[in-house]
Design a protein around this ligand. Structure first.
Ligand code: PLP
Length: 375
């Protein structure tokens, strides 16, 4: 059976050029990058080259980029570190953040003297700026708002939200995992404190990412045991993955316009085909405003046929996801859908694209959906 992959918001296929530099790095480096001899220095030089590439793409200093195992670790590091060292007493976040933010925030609420408030989001999943203004207090505050939502694709205007709380007592974190590699960003101009990224969301390897920590903030490490990453993240560096991640990001930025154009056209094609073929279909998120061009969230009326839609499509050779497929393949109640459409019993699936997807694949998806839902 031919398998079709439409779950690129969960993870993207690694690009061949990325694999090539990774294989080369795996073959070349015998040394530990922390060793001072020739073999160590070689590996260290490539890590630092990768850091420079990444820092340049976001207009930040090399000293503000730290490698992590991915977006989850990056988010946890910033939240726990901000509470420990920056005197945070109040965290303001949205109820539809990724669990790596929500659970890290809940832990601080349970174990530290920290109050947590949740922002209002509108029906498209966008944070309401007025609710941020309402929640700001005079306490040292961490505001954590995702750039784009991983389930429905809605993009928040982070520079504007940041500008609403530009006081010295307010630190601003943005989970940029779904947008790094897909949108240009200038974190210095945004004037934010923390941002995060994960290579497998932009055609790099899994298990590697990075965090941006504005140099005005000194926070303690999450992982102890060595002086790697300038004492911010102990453990021998994953050299090949770091090199691969920088290559993937460079390629994404070179290809960004053409990728966006191609994927956006594919997404519009699917929207039209679904609208033409399914009278009751609805789309979640914001189709006419700022949104991830890679993500389409589609709702079908509830019923026996749609109940196991992700599994039924899988049997037909098509991979999509339900709410969020980040932590497991299990179908869980989606916090995002529960927030934006609390009483809506529809079945929602997330279809997410990469530039290698084709119109023929979209045609097959629609045919299979007809087979499952209409026959
Ligand atoms: N944040 C968002 C918005 C995500 O979509 C994901 C993963 O899907 C993460 C964080 C976690 O990233 P990682 O898989 O690198 O831990």
């Amino acid at each position: 059976m031919r398998h079709i992959y439409f779950d690129n918001a969960a993870s993207t296929p690694i690009w061949p050029e990325v694999l090539e530099v990774m294989c080369d790095a795996l073959k070349r480096y015998q040394g530990n990058p922390s060793s001072i001899h020739y073999h160590g220095r070689q590996a260290r030089a490539d890590i630092e080259r990768a850091r420079k590439v990444i820092a340049h793409l976001f207009n930040v200093s090399v000293g503000e980029i730290f490698f992590t195992s991915g977006g989850t670790e990056a988010a946890n590091l910033c939240i726990s570190g901000a509470v420990k060292n920056l005197g945070i007493k109040h965290i303001i976040t949205s109820p539809i953040e990724h669990p790596c933010i929500l659970q890290a925030v809940q832990r601080q609420q349970a174990s530290a003297d920290v109050e947590v408030s949740y922002l209002d989001v509108d029906v498209t999943g966008r944070v309401r700026p007025d609710s941020l203004l309402d929640l700001l207090s005079d306490k040292n505050t961490l505001v954590s708002i995702m750039h784009a939502n991983n389930e429905i694709g809605t993009v928040n205007d982070i520079p504007n939200l940041r500008s609403l709380c530009a006081s010295d007592a307010v630190y601003f974190q943005s989970d940029t995992v779904q947008t790094v590699g897909h949108f240009p960003m200038d974190w210095t101009a945004w004037d934010i404190d923390f941002a995060s990224a994960s290579a497998h969301k932009f055609h790099g390897p899994k298990g590697i990412g990075f965090v941006y920590i504005n140099q005005r903030n000194k926070i303690p490490p999450l992982i102890l045991g060595g002086s790697q990453e300038r004492n911010m993240r102990a453990g021998t560096e994953n050299v090949a993955s770091i090199v691969g991640m920088a290559k993937a990001l460079e390629l994404c930025h070179q290809r960004m316009d053409s990728m966006k154009d191609k994927v956006q056209r594919l997404k519009s094609y699917l929207i039209h085909k679904l609208s033409d073929n399914f009278a009751d279909v609805r789309f979640r998120g914001d189709l006419s405003g700022p949104s991830l061009y890679t993500v389409l969230s589609v709702a079908f009326p509830s019923g026996n046929r749609s109940a196991m839609l992700v599994q039924s499509l899988d049997i037909e050779g098509i991979s999509v996801s339900g709410g969020s497929a980040c932590s497991s393949g299990a179908q869980k109640q989606s916090q995002v859908l529960a927030t934006i459409a609390p009483d809506d019993p529809s079945t929602t699936i997330r279809i997410s694209f990469n530039p290698q997807n084709t119109r023929e694949e979209v045609d097959t998806l629609v045919e299979k959906l007809q087979l499952i839902l209409q026959n």
